[in-house]
Ligand binder design. Structure first.
Ligand SMILES: [Zn+2]
Ligand SMILES: [Zn+2]
Length: 96
């Protein structure tokens, strides 16, 4: 699916339809700041442009509900724009 982040640019990027298992792995890498591994994982799982992989990398949340850019911590939808700073968040719920 195509996603865009008004906070970053007006361009749209391709975001793969990640499985729950992939979301779990990718969120874990993001939470632990293993960004090199995260990029490698994204590029090995999906045949996407590196700019698309980077877009996903930048917008995956470290913690469910918490905005990547600001202090908002009540995000509920999955691919959601922060109501305060307007950044896109991949707000994946990975506890189930
Ligand atoms: Zn952004
Ligand atoms: Zn925010």
């Amino acid at each position: 699916m195509k996603k865009k982040c008004p906070r970053c640019s007006n361009d749209e990027y391709e975001v793969p339809d990640f499985t729950q298992q992939e979301k779990r792995v990718l969120s874990g890498l993001k939470a632990n700041n293993k960004l090199g591994e995260l990029i490698e994982k994204l590029e090995s799982l999906y045949d996407i442009r590196s700019i698309d992989a980077k877009f996903s990398l930048m917008h995956i949340n470290k913690k469910y509900g918490k905005c990547n850019r600001c202090k908002v911590d009540y995000l509920e939808e999955e691919y959601v724009l922060c109501p305060k700073c307007n950044a896109l968040n991949f707000n994946w719920s990975i506890d189930n």
